[in-house]
Structures are given as structure tokens and as C-alpha cells.
Design a protein around this ligand. Structure first.
Ligand code: ADP
Ligand code: ZN
Ligand code: ZN
Length: 747
């Protein structure tokens, strides 16, 4: 029997292999196999079985079949093939990233006697005789490790080679099937911990309000139609979206269907998991995310594949889970950027949710308080069905938002202060009332740049185009884009001056400044520096929830999902950092972030206030956030998109090109752009245009020089066609090319 195998190599080629007699029973689509590939071995996936006896000569045999249970089925394959084509990424690599089991199989060398009997030979060394003696009593031979132990860890390779060449022993390679330990990852129990089920509320049944009813009825129609039905569920935080998800899920479970429920960050969803488990006490639930070990992931996968688990909750990669009879995909916070994977396979889980739902003729719900501009545009065009929950379900008012113009603020020395008078007064009041406050700042570290005050030299990362950040807690300068760390310089390398100064405010300094103002308050900080310590984020969040912390300082990590009823004040210390990003979505991101941050307040019984400090108080993204006015924001944003022909008025694929050499790279990039223009003209008659190349905002990153180029056109198919052709044709001359394919709106 022959099979077709995709291996994770940077080529779209797949290969035919022969299945040896002994493995015929166990080989099948969706299983991993160990195959010889040139001079090495690789783990690949069977994607077609059986295939016609091939005419290719020199067909090799597979070495081993790994999986008892296939990890995808034949009918999932078109989805993976689609992903491979859309993101211009080889199928074998898509499979190896999307599916569990990246664990390389272990290959063991085993040695045994060549002949049944063995005669002692005086001409052999002591070590060689010891080896032979031991092998004589091990009928099936011994592994290299076992032999090494016997020979007291001596290096045996020479002795073994001698014995093999002299015909005393034979050695063979045996691939060991990876074993999947049962039991759970120590840090995360993929099943619901028992303690949760005790905590499941026995709460009285919620009666849906009219908006919720209308929305749910629509979704039910989609579910019974058995047709691909995409919905946008637009509702502020607390409007009761989750309540609708749960009821739609109930509908699906009652009809024996499967569900994928995507959330942006699984670490923050303990509450959600508990809530889902409360609704489905008898359903096992799989929780999939990057933090679980491969063996647990593999186990969960097999149980899903066998149909034992019908509800999968997870971060973006859960979109690949082998859920059978998939009827419903929920994408909560669909606008969230963490659905996008930014390296290797650069997919967007939210987009793939639409593709998979379409393939499965299922319902997909894109839920958000601030839907992406493109999402809303498509909802307004009738491509997605629009469902709206305009009010909070529990009648809690939305927090009042104040915008402080930092251009007007000066401290006694005439400098712009970190805290405005307004924010100081509000913090004072919060502490006096024994309430809690959250302070956001999107920069970690202490000072955000260090410079020589004599000559103005700024201390930059040697491999990136950015200033180093001073981290007071570790007493070092760090690059936030690579892992470069260095001691604080005492002398300027340019002018020799010892007058080294630093400026700019990061979260570390913000904590210090807060402490200076409020020495009696209990403070804590959460950012990616603190979260690298195990369990520390969880502990801080627990303490904050338990009112043991008065003021919590953090980066945008804190903006997501948390529900702290004790918060009455949210301060955004610098709203401008995201607004000044060189990205056509900067205003959208700023608005979404501010809305989300504001949503952290007013969860409990006490009304909350939000204070936004900014140098651009008149920018519409800030004004509209102040009004909690999504539609107002959308109507302000759309003309700007139209004027510059950005999505949703066009579709984009961006190409990032990078090279170690600035000059050569620049030339190659120019050549590639020229080729791209020719292809665009030939293939589409000018319907697709090429913008750039331009240097990236961070021109040098991790030692590589980077350029960017956009392929822009009205429809997704033609920009894709042009990009595909380009990637096939160009001689990259040592360039690294990375593609970003923008959201899928091809329905
Ligand atoms: P969202 O997902 O939009 O943030 P949730 O579904 O979590 O909203 O609802 C917010 C809160 O309001 C929850 O505590 C939920 O139990 C409650 N809730 C939702 N719908 C209703 C309703 N119709 N009546 C009363 N309470 C509701
Ligand atoms: Zn200097
Ligand atoms: Zn760097």
C-alpha cells in the first residue's frame, strides 16, 4: 500500500511512501508517520491513503506509524488545505503547527548479537568483551543507553563500530512511539477542577430581556437552518452576550452537536469556564491553549476526535480542534488582536472561525462591545447578520468618562506631570471611600529611554532600532523587542561625559510615583515582567479581588476580561501611545482599548469613574470612547478609510521583507517590488496595486533590516493571486519574507 505524506518542510511538495506489511492495518489519514527524507528522518502526516502505486521511482518505506487515533479526518483536510493556500504556508507545516504532537518521536539505537552463540575472543578488548557478554544474555538486544550504563558511561562508539564491522553485532534503529502520559499538567487542569463544580452558582434562572430574546431567536433560526450563518453580536460589556452564547450552546448540545468557543486569552477565563460548566454539569469540556503540555493537549484532542467531548473552549489554536458535527463557533471579543498569531503560521483564529463554520455549514457568532470596523461594515452590508444588545442587562450605568488635556498640566517646576490634578483628587477620594482603583500604562520598565545630557546620544539596542528601557527592579537596560540586556552605562560612548540621564515613564516608575503620593495605600503591579514569575499574576489578581490591594497598576494585559466589583476608578495614564502607532488601525485600536478599559469599572454596586489623560483630547477615538459611542466612532472612522482606500474599502496583504544587509537588502526589495508591479499588471490589468516598498517603522529589528510592501485591491482573490505568483517567482537572495493576509471577508 502507498500513502501520501505531508512533512513540515518549507516546500509545498508532498511525498509518496510505501507502507510495510506490518503497518498496513494501522496507517490511515490523519496519523503521524516517521519517514526517511533525503538523508534525515521527519515526522509527517498521512494526507491520502491509499494512493495508486506510484510511478515515481525510488519510493521509500515509512519507518513507523505513531498514532493510534487519527488527529484529523479526511473531511477536515480541505480546511487545512485552504489554510495552507490562503496563508501561503506549506501544508505539512500547517499540520505540524495546528495539531498536537509536535513532540519528535524518539529514535533509539538498539544493538544485538549477530549470531546466536558467542565465543570468547582473546583478541578483543575488555570493554568489547563486556559488551558481548551482556548482549548474550539479552535476547532482544540492548539500547545504547543500557550498554553505556553497563560500561560505566564510557564512550562506546569506537568499540561498537569495531564489533559491528567484525560481524559480532548488528545495530538497528527503532522509533519509539511517543507515549502520552495520563494525568494532568501540574499548572493547568484541562478538565474542570472539582472545586469549581462546588462553586457553581445555584442561582435563579435568568429571564432574557427583549433584545436578548430577539438575538437568541435569530441564532436559533440559523442553527435549525443547517446553513452557514454568521452573526455579529454587538453589545457593551454586561449586556448579556455570554448568556446568549450559553443558550445557543444548550440548543446545540440538545441536538448532539459540537461547539468551539474561542476567547482571546484563556488565562483570564476561569470564571467563564465555571459558568459554562454550571450550565452543562454533565458535559466534559476541553480547554485548549498554549499553556497546556503537549501530552494533555494530545489526550484532549483524541477525546474530542472520538466524540467524547463536544464543548471546546480555547484560545485561537482551538479553531483546529477536531470537533465532530460542528454546529456552533463562538468568537468572543472578536476584535481582539490576540486572535492573530504573529509568527510562523500567521493565521487569524477569528477569520478561520468563519471559514470553518462555512465548511461545516454551522453558525458563527462574532461577539464584541466594539466590533472591528470591517466586521461592522460587513454586518451593515448584510453579509453578517447584525444583532444588537444596546443596554446593560443588570441596569448598571456605564461609568462616567472624563478626558484630561495633559497639554494644560504643569507641575511646580513647569514640567508635564505623570498625574493630572484630576486623577490625584479622584485617587484620594477612592482611597478615602475604601474603594479600589486601576491604573493603566502601556509601557513597562522604569524610564523608557536613557541618554547623554551633554551630546544627546540615546542608548539604543545594538540589534534593534529602539531606545533601551531602564528597569529599576533589576538595575539594567533592556530592549523590549529582543532579549538584549545590559548594565547601566556610566560614560557616554560618544563624548565621554558622565552625565547620563533617563526619562519617560513606565509601569515601575508609575508605581513609585503613586507610592510617593499615597504612601499608605497598598499597591501592586501586573505586566509581562511580573507575570514571568510563576503564579504571581494569579496571586495579585486574587488579592485585588479580595480587596487586599487598593491600587493596581498594569499594562493592557489588565484590560481584558477581569471583573472586579470593587473598582470605582479607572485611570488611563497615557492614552496616546496606541494612537501614535503608524498603522491605519491605530484609531480603531485606541478606541477599542479605551472602551475595554472603561468596561473594567462599574461592575459592582458602586458607580465608577474613568479618567483618560491624553495630549489629543479632541481626537474622535478618545471623544467617542468618552461618550461610549461605538456607532459615532464608526461613522468618524469610515471616511478616513475611504479617503486613503484602506479596508473595508480595499483588501490588503502586507509583505514584510528583511535582510541582514541594509544595502543589498534594499536592492533586492526594490527588485521584488518591480516584479510585483509587473505581475499585478499582467494578472489583473492594474486592478491590484503595489504600495511601497518602504522601511518599516522599526527599520532594524533583532539585527535585521526590514521593509514593507502592500498588495492592495478591491477583491481578496486577485490580491491573493498576485501575491502567490510573486512568492513563486521571486529569487529571495537570502531575504526572509513574511506575509500577513488581512481578515477574510470573502463570503
Ligand atoms: P456580557 O457577556 O455581555 O458581558 P453577561 O452575559 O456576562 O454579559 O451578563 C452580565 C451580567 O448580567 C451577568 O451577571 C449575567 O448573569 C447578568 N444577566 C445577563 N442577562 C440578564 C438578564 N436578562 N436579566 C438579569 N441579569 C442578566
Ligand atoms: Zn555624550
Ligand atoms: Zn533589541
Amino acid at each position: 500500500m502507498y500513502v501520501r505524506v505531508a512533512v513540515p518542510i518549507p516546500s509545498s511538495k508532498t511525498f509518496t511512501y510505501k507502507i510495510p506489511e506490518k503497518d498496513i492495518g494501522s496507517a490511515g489519514i490523519g496519523k503521524r508517520v516517521l519517514v526517511p527524507l533525503g538523508k534525515r528522518r521527519a515526522t509527517g502526516w498521512i494526507i491520502e491513503a491509499p494512493v495508486e502505486a506510484s510511478t515515481e521511482n525510488d519510493i521509500k518505506e515509512i519507518l513507523s506509524v505513531f498514532d493510534e487515533e487519527a488527529l484529523f479526518s479526511a473531511k477536515d483536510l480541505p480546511f487545512f488545505e485552504w489554510v495552507s493556500d490562503y496563508y501561503l504556508y506549506p501544508l505539512g507545516m500547517v499540520l505540524s503547527e495546528a495539531l498536537p504532537g509536535g513532540v519528535p518521536p524518539t529514535i533509539r539505537r538498539r544493538v544485538r548479537l549477530a549470531l546466536q552463540t558467542w565465543r570468547d575472543d582473546e583478541s578483543l578488548t575488555t570493554t568489547q568483551r563486556t559488551i558481548l557478554k551482556r548482549l548474550a544474555s539479552a535476547r532482544r538486544g540492548l539500547s545504547l543507553n543500557a550498554l553505556r550504563r553497563i560500561a560505566m558511561n564510557k564512550v562506546l562508539s569506537k568499540d561498537l563500530r569495531f564489533l559491528e564491522e567484525a560481524g559480532f553485532i548488528v545495530s538497528e534503529e527503532i522509533a519509539k512511539r511517543p507515549t502520552w502520559t495520563s494525568g494532568h499538567h501540574p499548572n493547568f487542569d484541562p478538565n474542570i477542577p472539582e472545586s469549581y463544580s462546588d462553586a457553581v452558582e445555584t442561582k435563579a434562572d435568568i429571564i432574557l430581556n427583549n433584545d436578548q430574546k430577539t438575538a437568541l431567536d435569530e441564532i436559533k433560526k440559523g442553527l435549525s437552518s443547517q446553513k452557514f450563518s454568521p452573526y455579529v453580536l454587538h453589545g457593551v460589556t454586561g449586556s448579556g452576550k455570554t448568556e446568549i452564547y450559553l443558550r445557543a450552546m444548550m440548543e446545540v448540545i440538545n441536538r448532539n452537536g459540537g461547539i468551539i468557543y474561542l476567547v482571546p486569552e484563556i488565562a483570564l477565563t476561569v470564571g467563564l469556564i465555571r459558568r459554562v460548566q454550571g450550565h452543562f454539569p454533565n458535559e466534559p469540556i476541553a480547554v485548549l491553549h498554549s499553556g497546556i503540555s503537549n501530552s494533555v493537549r494530545h489526550q484532549q484532542w483524541e477525546r474530542i476526535k472520538r466524540g467524547e467531548i463536544r464543548i471546546v473552549i480555547g484560545a485561537r489554536s482551538a479553531i483546529f480542534a477536531p470537533v465532530g458535527n460542528l454546529r456552533l463557533i463562538i468568537v468572543d471579543e472578536e476584535h481582539d488582536t490576540s486572535y492573530k498569531q504573529d509568527d510562523r503560521l500567521r493565521y487569524n483564529g477569528r477569520d478561520l472561525a468563519l471559514v470553518r463554520a462555512k465548511n461545516s455549514r454551522a453558525v458563527v457568532i462574532l461577539g464584541s462591545a466594539t466590533p472591528g470596523v470591517q466586521t461592522y461594515f460587513y454586518a451593515m452590508s448584510g453579509i453578517y447578520k447584525y444583532l444588537h444588545l444596546p443596554l446593560r442587562a443588570n441596569d448598571r450605568p456605564l461609568p462616567k468618562v472624563f478626558v484630561v488635556d495633559m497639554r494644560q498640566q504643569r507641575d511646580k517646576k513647569g514640567r508635564i506631570p505623570i498625574f493630572s490634578d484630576h486623577l490625584i483628587a479622584a485617587l484620594e477620594e477612592t482611597l478615602k471611600q475604601k474603594n479600589q482603583a486601576l491604573l493603566f500604562l502601556n509601557r513597562r520598565g522604569y524610564h523608557t529611554f536613557v541618554f547623554c545630557s551633554e551630546c544627546g546620544h540615546v542608548f539604543n539596542c545594538p540589534s534593534c532600532d529602539v531606545a533601551l528601557t531602564y528597569h529599576a527592579s533589576q538595575g539594567v537596560l533592556k530592549c523590549h523587542h529582543c532579549d538584549f540586556t545590559t548594565k547601566i552605562p556610566t560614560i557616554c560612548p560618544v563624548c565621554g561625559s558622565k552625565n547620563i540621564k533617563s526619562q519617560g515613564t513606565g509601569t515601575e516608575r508609575l508605581v513609585e510615583e503613586t507610592r510617593r503620593h499615597f504612601p499608605d495605600a497598598t499597591l501592586a503591579r501586573i505586566d509581562s515582567d511580573t507575570s514571568s514569575r510563576k503564579g504571581s499574576t494569579e496571586r495579585t489578581l486574587r488579592d485585588f479581588a479580595g480587596a487586599k490591594i487598593d491600587i493596581l497598576v498594569g499594562t493592557q494585559m489588565l484590560a481584558k476580561g477581569h471583573d472586579f466589583p470593587g473598582i470605582t476608578l479607572v485611570g488611563v495614564v497615557a492614552a496616546d501611545s496606541s494612537l501614535n502607532m503608524p498603522d491605519f488601525r491605530a484609531a480603531e485600536r485606541t478606541f477599542q482599548l479605551l472602551m475595554q478599559v472603561a468596561g473594567r469599572g462599574g461592575r459592582g454596586d458602586k458607580p465608577a469613574e474613568v479618567i483618560i489623560q491624553t495630549f489629543s483630547p479632541d481626537h474622535y477615538s478618545i471623544r467617542r470612547a468618552q461618550e461610549h459611542n461605538y456607532i459615532g466612532f464608526y461613522n468618524d472612522e469610515l471616511p478616513a478609510r475611504r479617503q486613503f482606500n484602506y479596508p473595508p474599502y480595499s483588501r490588503l496583504i502586507s509583505l514584510h521583507l528583511s535582510s541582514l544587509n541594509r544595502e543589498k537588502g534594499g536592492k533586492t526589495v526594490a527588485g521584488i517590488a518591480e516584479t510585483a508591479r509587473k505581475i499585478a499588471l499582467n494578472l489583473t490589468g492594474g486592478k491590484v496595486d503595489i504600495i511601497g516598498p518602504a522601511e518599516c517603522p522599526l527599520h532594524k529589528l533583532r539585527g535585521r533590516y526590514r521593509w514593507q510592501m502592500l498588495v492592495r485591491g478591491k477583491d481578496g482573490r486577485s490580491i491573493h493571486q498576485v501575491t502567490k505568483k510573486l512568492v513563486e517567482e521571486i529569487d529571495t537572495k537570502g531575504m526572509e519574507i513574511r506575509l500577513d493576509v488581512d481578515p477574510v471577508h470573502f463570503m
